[in-house]
Design a protein around this ligand. Structure first.
Ligand code: SF4
Ligand code: SF4
Length: 467
């Protein structure tokens, strides 16, 4: 995290919501309706104003020039060459420039990839899984899947050794395939950093039908503007239970073989929470430090709230820092905590979950209290079932050791467990601790080692497995 006058992260959208793809769940496409008649291109004048203010607003440390869309590469490479030059021009002593771009990858070629590598861009590439999964919703304007074009872009990134993250949205059509997707990213795309982003498209009774139709432009130009309202969701939205099971399935594969080699954002966030570090706004107690800027300089409270009620102002008329530090933005961030339901306050995994993102808090808790997160069931499942393993990793770190030692610990404990099962007679008490005879409990199989260890404190497990 950077040191700054006021730490914040700003996602800039140089083409607004305009994109060359037409992904079915992408409600950002509908945001074009906010700027009727616009050409959706950030001007050179605004680009310089933006970069200048971005560096002025930060203190020493890292300053992230972060581009997103729509599809930012539609601006053409010269725009970004200018942005790189301007960052060097306006950087203050002690500031380090980080360039990032989130892209669908379809326009990346040798020239783009060379440019990214030369300027150390970190690229977030959107892929939803192997071809048959990716192509379900990530379609082009003609309705065909975009996988082949995305993979062509990925090949250029690899060829030029560009650093990349995979950003995978989770929806009803891919969330039942956790290991297939994870292994594809790890083994085929050679991804070392992966983020999973749940798709939750809210709708009201009135808007549900049209929302289910998708957000691309309809013949006649009639489409609704997506806003965070309603307590229904589209049929494409991921279900809470699916989300929890998806992350949990990947977690158990990761913890046996990939810790320290593959970085999955949610797993890092979960571990960091044991040190009271909340790097992802969604699971932080308060938010408000991740803002978005449209192609014309309009700043909004958050990328998920690019809608009229959350417009803070325009950086051509007000200073960026003033907008970031405004009362409205402060309130936006603090409301995340202020509106936390009692059900969350009393929850066992609140220390890591913190009630999730306010945009998703539209269901009722079991007692009828409103404002519970739509993903709650999934959060409880994931954070609850991985808690013991994460505590072992946290305990290792507290003891000056490495989190990845957990892989060796589980291997060793599993061997010991298996030998106990092998050595137990049929009529002995089952080694799993159930109190039943082995022949009635685990006559031939073993429990998962994590389940077997669940009753042992993480500190004891670490102690009995010295470095
Ligand atoms: S509203 Fe949600 S996504 Fe936006 S900053 Fe807050 S937690 Fe993050
Ligand atoms: S798991 Fe559910 S109840 Fe617990 S903090 Fe998260 S949203 Fe609230």
């Amino acid at each position: 995290m950077s040191h700054s006058l006021l730490w914040f992260h700003l996602l800039a959208k140089p083409t607004g919501a305009v994109c060359n793809l037409d992904c079915k769940y992408c409600f950002f496409l509908s945001k074009e309706a906010l700027y009727p008649g616009s050409k959706f291109r950030m001007s050179d004048e605004l680009l310089e104003n933006y970069i200048r203010q971005l560096f002025e607003s930060h203190g020493p440390g890292e300053v992230n020039v972060a581009w997103q869309g729509g599809e930012p590469t539609l601006m053409g490479i010269e725009f970004f060459r200018k942005s790189v030059e301007l960052a060097v021009k306006h950087r203050k002593p002690g500031q380090t420039i980080i360039h990032t771009m989130q892209t669908n990858g379809t326009l990346i070629n040798d020239e783009w990839a060379e440019f990214f590598r030369e300027n150390d861009f970190l690229i977030g590439l959107s892929v939803d899984g192997p071809k048959e999964i990716h192509d379900l919703y990530r379609t082009n304007k003609g309705g065909s899947g975009s996988f082949d074009q995305v993979i062509r872009g990925w090949e250029y990134l690899v060829k030029h050794k560009v650093e990349f993250n995979i950003l995978c949205t989770l929806h009803s059509a891919n969330a039942d395939h956790p290991l297939e997707i994870y292994r594809f990213f790890r083994d085929v795309l050679l991804a070392r950093h992966i983020q999973f982003i749940p798709i939750i498209e809210r709708a009201t009774q009135e808007s549900l039908y049209i929302a289910n139709e998708g957000w691309s432009e309809k013949p006649g130009g009639d489409r609704p503007l997506y806003v965070q309202a309603g307590d229904l969701v589209t049929e494409r939205s991921v279900k809470a239970e699916q989300y929890g099971k998806f992350l949990t399935a990947i977690f158990w594969e990761w913890i046996r073989r990939d810790v320290g080699k593959v970085f999955v954002q949610m797993f890092d966030v979960t571990l960091a929470s044991h040190f009271d570090i909340h790097s992802l706004c969604i699971h932080a107690p308060v938010c408000g430090s991740a803002l978005a800027m449209e192609h014309n300089g309009d700043m909004y409270s958050c990328d998920h709230f690019v809608e009229p009620d959350y417009l803070l102002g325009n950086i051509s008329k007000s200073s960026m820092l003033e907008l970031v530090a405004s009362e409205a933005q402060k309130k936006f961030g603090e409301d995340k905590l202020e509106t936390l339901p009692k059900y969350c306050i009393e929850c066992d995994v609140r220390y890591v979950c913190n009630g999730g993102c306010p945009k998703d808090r539209f269901i009722s808790a079991p007692g009828g209290e409103s404002g519970l997160n739509y993903l709650c069931e999934g959060y409880k499942h994931f954070f609850g079932s991985t808690q013991h393993a994460v505590k072992i990793m946290a305990e290792l770190i507290r003891n000056g050791r490495y989190a990845d030692e957990i892989m060796g610990i589980y291997d060793k404990e599993e061997e010991l467990m298996k030998s106990r099962f092998r050595n137990a007679e049929r009529n002995d008490h089952c080694p799993c601790g159930s109190g039943m005879k082995k022949k009635h409990c685990h006559p031939v199989s073993y429990p998962e080692v994590a389940d077997f260890l669940a009753g042992v404190s993480p500190a004891d497990i670490v102690r009995r497995n010295p470095a």
